[in-house]
Design a protein around this ligand. Structure first.
Ligand code: NAP
Length: 241
């Protein structure tokens, strides 16, 4: 049985480790991050070329099943995988880690709406963690930003007043608390990524009374099968073996 595992996440790596070597798994990474954390087993890197390219890959490599363990905000590849698998009748499942509870966060539907909230509430020192592509919406903001991302955003997408921190999770509660305190942060802007690797910032914000602006997740494509844990994804694969 040959499985294509769309990854780029800790769950993707954990799933590859559970399945390899009993199952013939190929993990796929987009290739965005220099020096990525690599899953065990076979790995391919780079886009497929849209739905047609992915469908061609699935046929050519005789893929029997697809597990989409991409990040909850990687909506394009998730839509492409659902379409390509539907077209070819290849079974597929999305490993969708549970969302974080909203708590008292101000929930918005996009980075642009998050920027509107920052302006409307006159937040002045913002911890921005929406990633490399999440800074453009704030490029005209008057606030000061502590921007944390895995890879540097393009210079022209950055707000005029900011400090950039390049790093990769997981992050610890004590460190997040110190970061918020040291930079006198009054608002945290985050995606609702879910999972434990990056949730400590929410707990630290809660403890310090820092406002949270949370960008809600894009919807999953209609009709896709989902599981929420790596163990359930393992079972889903084994049930098809
Ligand atoms: P995206 O917007 O959904 O996808 C854009 C294009 O990148 C896709 O159309 C596809 O190109 C290619 N692609 C994405 N994921 C791929 C994969 N696993 N293998 C091969 N090609 C892939 O994706 P994104 O938000 O840029 O995320 C890219 C990768 O980073 C994903 O693997 C995701 O799991 C990981 N990641 C994303 C985030 C986030 O916040 N978005 C956070 C952490 C990790 P083609 O159309 O040419 O096939």
């Amino acid at each position: 049985m040959r499985v294509l595992l769309l990854g780029g996440t800790a769950e993707g790596r954990a799933l590859a480790a559970h399945l390899h070597p009993d199952v013939d798994v190929v993990s796929s990474l987009a290739g965005r991050v220099p020096d990525p954390a690599l899953p065990v087993g076979e790995v391919r890197v780079g886009g497929f070329g849209g739905v047609d390219g992915l469908a061609a890959y699935l046929s050519e490599h005789r893929v029997d099943a697809v597990v989409d363990a991409t990040h909850p905000f990687a909506a394009t590849i998730t839509a492409h995988a659902a379409s390509a698998c539907r077209r070819l009748g290849v079974p597929s499942v999305v490993l969708a880690r549970p969302a974080w509870p909203h708590g008292r966060a101000i929930v918005v539907g996009s980075d642009a709406q998050a920027a509107d909230v920052v302006a409307a509430q006159a937040f002045s020192r913002v911890f921005l963690t929406t990633g490399r592509s999440g800074t453009a919406a704030f490029s005209a903001s008057n606030a000061w930003f502590l921007i944390r991302a895995v890879t540097a955003p393009d210079g022209h997408t950055l707000p005029p007043r900011h400090q950039l921190v390049l790093s990769r999770g997981p992050y610890r509660y004590d460190d997040e608390l110190r970061l918020l305190r040291d930079h006198d942060i009054d608002a945290l802007v985050t995606k609702n990524s879910g999972g434990d690797m990056t949730r400590a910032k929410l707990d630290a914000a809660e403890a310090l009374g820092v406002a949270v602006v949370m960008v809600d997740r894009p919807a999953l494509p209609d009709g896709v099968d989902t599981v929420t844990t790596v163990d359930d994804a393992v079972e889903w694969v084994r049930a098809r073996g």
